[in-house]
Design a protein around this ligand. Structure first.
Ligand code: PMV
Length: 306
């Protein structure tokens, strides 16, 4: 079985598209892909559960699923052979929620295509190939989702540079909750790019401030200062709100998490919907998760190793 990790961005989404660093953590959920061989098929198919989605690289168009069909063609296009497969994916991540579902699926599909051919490809190449997959969905991915989907763990990511592993002094506990509405990463990334174009100086300074928060967050993780990390997450959230990436539902959830004792909370991923994350400790984990469930939200508890 081939696997791609889901992730959450602890600090630094959006500014990472514009060259600043981001801090991300993989979650113990992701995409799993298995395959069976198709004889004389000359096309590759992909079935995705629990979404109930099917695409086929061989038909003219999969109505309403064109980007996914195109991504599958891109992945198949890396091989110049007649090995064709029926791929079956199981997604344990919500889609359009800021948990890196499309990158996780891309990495798992690419690994399955290799596995079927008896190939073991270095992670760096899987990452590069998965960027081509991701570009189908949004034109200008920073690569953070793909790097995390490929490698997992806790890491500092900067565009165009190799991933830097971060070793937290203490395990990091997060409560992740889905706002109930998905959002388009492409539209949110485009909206931030337009703001940057209109006001390069002000927005550039805001990106720099987020970059500084990220570097301080890395230190806080390494030194086990989770209270400081929580404060940095809250500061990052305010800057993301200034970029108009929050929503009423996310604000309500973040306030509820903070009232229930979270060390800090913020939107995670593209924003405009999707998920929020709250940093918790043993004393607050249960209360924060319950407060979010009481709002009717789907809650994931994430624990990352030290
Ligand atoms: O919403 P997601 O999981 O696709 O997160 C995207 C993170 C962004 O920084 C908003 C975009 C990017 O390419 O880094």
């Amino acid at each position: 079985m081939a696997y791609g990790h889901g992730k959450v961005i602890l600090l630094g989404e959006h500014s990472v598209v514009h060259g600043r660093p981001a801090l991300a953590i993989s979650v113990d959920r992701g995409a799993e892909v298995t395959f069976t061989r198709l004889e004389d098929a000359e096309h590759t198919t992909l079935h995705i559960e629990p979404w109930g989605v099917d695409v086929d690289s061989g038909v003219e168009t999969n109505e309403g699923r064109e980007p996914l069909q195109q991504a599958l063609r891109v992945a198949r296009g890396f091989y110049d052979d007649d090995v064709d497969l029926a791929l079956s994916a199981t997604m344990r991540l919500p889609s359009g929620a800021g948990m890196g579902s499309s990158a996780a699926l891309g990495v798992a599909v690419l690994r399955a295509l290799d596995e079927a051919r008896g190939l073991t490809r270095p992670d760096g190449e899987v990452y590069e190939r998965s960027l081509a997959w991701e570009r189908v969905f949004h034109g200008n991915p920073s690569g953070v989702d793909n790097a995390m989907a490929t490698h997992g763990g806790v890491a500092l990511f900067k565009r165009g540079e190799p991933l830097t592993r971060v070793v937290p002094r203490h395990p990091v506990s997060l409560v992740v909750a889905y706002s109930g509405s998905s959002s388009s990463t492409k539209l949110m990334v485009d909206s931030v790019a337009r703001q940057y174009e209109r006001e390069p100086e002000r927005i550039g300074k805001l990106f720099d401030a987020i970059g500084a928060i990220v570097m301080n967050g890395k230190l806080a993780l390494e030194q086990g200062e989770l209270k400081s990390l929580g404060q940095l997450m809250t500061m990052n959230h305010k800057l993301l709100s200034a970029l108009m990436l929050s929503t009423d539902a996310l604000e309500e959830m973040i306030a509820a998490a903070n009232e229930a004792g979270a060390l800090g909370a913020k939107v995670t991923g593209a924003g405009g919907g999707g998920c929020m994350i709250a940093l918790v400790d043993d004393g607050s984990r249960h209360a924060v998760a319950e407060a979010l469930r009481a709002l009717g939200k789907t809650v994931y508890e994430v624990e990352s190793g030290s």
